[in-house]
Design a protein around this ligand. Structure first.
Ligand code: PLP
Length: 448
């Protein structure tokens, strides 16, 4: 038996005529499959048996099944199907400089203490005092009467979208928004909504972009129901929406009776960078979602704030989507700790990101794609004449304990956070420079 790996990522197992004889029956086929379960190269669930019988035997008789009678050995081929790409796990190391995302932080010892000491109860029965405390504090922070704690930013956005809309409605988002790119088609799957997108390289559309996106009121059109804004805008480069622009855009949306949702996964960063209180942004929206698990460094958790009526619907869909949990106060405690202790320090992340961008801008062959850097996200591009694409550069950096995310063929994203210090930025830049230019600058990257 032979296992062939092809350049297209598929593998073929072929029977060896010498050892298997000339004919195979169903038992032999099963044995071949079972033997290959032991192969680390093949995923059991991905293994399909393709019976390449000569046409027309199988061509017109779907679905093909294992035959019970013997079939010619040369007509048997096993094929493993390439698996969906999932990132390979990176084991934790003290030397790691992990700039892939601000979601990679680990709870600090103080946060762990808060988790250990949390009072808890059954959340579904409304008994968890720490969750209630967090929801009240978060709502007050955003100047809204109610809030709902949810496990993720994705669930926060998707429960809010579901709460505002009916199937067949249309929502309007920026083309680069997280809701569109990274929430697995949630608006279509969970809310039955169409999405209309506004193109803007940094995610900061304006009134003139919104107005033409709103449908006329005619029976054959979907209802334009909801406008979403993302602040800071992740794919836009951590951009901060100017408050006046939010006022203009939301006022225009209200004229058209649109509801308004703010994806404020990193609204904390926007607020610290601009000096505008979160409730000043929030007052222009019906619902606002924020994450505790990004710059704030909690291991999990987001929340949606709004009026009680809409939050009741958010809670209902949280339950429907499987997000209502039990003694989750241990996680709410981490979020409370993060709100109390990790907001103002975001300014350090912003300073580190700015410095990172400035140093990268000096490296020949690299350019900063989305300047200026306003918060904790830095994208840079690799020039065509550099003999490394983004994935190769990120692999090369990984071998030096520096992690960054290839987000396009020649684009890399770095995000600063709680576990990244200023000396780490210098070390990361040295690693980038030596990888791109081949020049070794003397000092080795250190994870300090
Ligand atoms: C802008 C934005 N919204 C929502 C989310 C979703 O958060 P989560 O990963 O917790 O689902 C993210 C995650 O990075 C994000 O960047």
């Amino acid at each position: 038996m032979r296992l062939e790996h092809r350049s297209n990522g598929r593998s073929h197992i072929r029977g060896d005529p010498q050892t298997l004889g000339t004919r195979l029956g169903a038992q032999d086929l099963r044995r071949l499959v079972v033997d290959h379960f032991d192969s680390p190269r093949i995923n059991v669930h991905a293994l399909i048996v393709r019976l390449a019988l000569p046409p027309p035997d199988l061509l017109n008789s779907p679905p093909p099944r294992l035959p019970t009678s013997p079939l010619p050995r040369e007509h048997v081929r096993f094929e493993s199907v390439p698996q969906p790409r999932s990132p390979s796990p990176v084991p934790f190391s003290m030397n790691l400089i992990d700039l892939r995302s601000d979601t990679v932080t680990r709870p600090t010892p103080e946060m762990r203490k808060a988790i250990a000491n949390a009072e808890v109860g059954d959340e579904v029965l409304g008994d968890d005092p720490t969750v209630r405390k967090l929801e009240e504090k978060f709502a007050a922070h955003l100047g809204k009467p109610a809030a709902c704690f949810v496990p993720t930013g994705t669930m926060a956005n998707q429960t809010a979208i579901r709460a505002h809309t009916e199937p067949g409605d249309e929502i309007i988002c920026s083309e680069g928004s997280h809701i569109i790119h990274y929430e697995t088609g949630g608006p279509a799957a969970l809310s039955g909504c169409m999405v209309r997108t506004i193109a803007h390289p940094r995610g900061l559309f304006d009134v003139a972009d919104v107005t033409p996106m709103v449908r006329q009121d005619a029976y054959h059109f979907p209802h334009s129901r909801l406008l979403t804004v993302e602040n800071t805008h992740n794919r836009g480069g951590g951009t901060v929406w100017p408050l006046e622009q939010i006022q203009r855009v939301t006022a225009e949306a209200r004229k058209h009776k649109l509801r308004l949702h703010l994806d404020g996964a990193r609204l904390w960063n926007a607020s610290v960078a601009s000096g505008v209180a979160m409730k000043e942004y929030a007052k222009h929206f019906d619902t606002i979602s924020c994450c505790f698990s990004k710059g704030l460094g909690a291991p999990i958790g987001s929340a949606v704030a709004g009026d009680p009526e809409i939050i009741l619907r958010v809670q209902r869909f949280k339950k429907m989507f499987g997000g209502m949990t039990r003694q989750v106060g241990i996680l709410a405690a981490a979020a409370l700790y993060a709100m109390d202790n990790h907001v103002q320090r975001l300014a350090e992340d912003h300073a580190n990101a700015k410095r990172l961008a400035e140093l990268i801008a000096n490296i020949p062959g690299l350019s900063i794609a989305l300047a200026p850097v306003e918060t904790n996200i830095v994208y840079f591009d690799i020039a065509k004449d550099v003999p490394l694409d983004a994935q190769q550069l990120s692999d090369k950096l990984k071998s030096q304990n520096v992690l960054m995310l290839a987000t396009g063929p020649r684009r890399i994203r770095c995000v600063t956070h709680l576990d990244v210090t200023a000396p780490m930025i210098d070390s990361a830049v040295q690693a980038i420079e030596s990888s791109v230019t081949g020049r070794v600058t003397g000092r080795m990257p250190v994870g300090v």
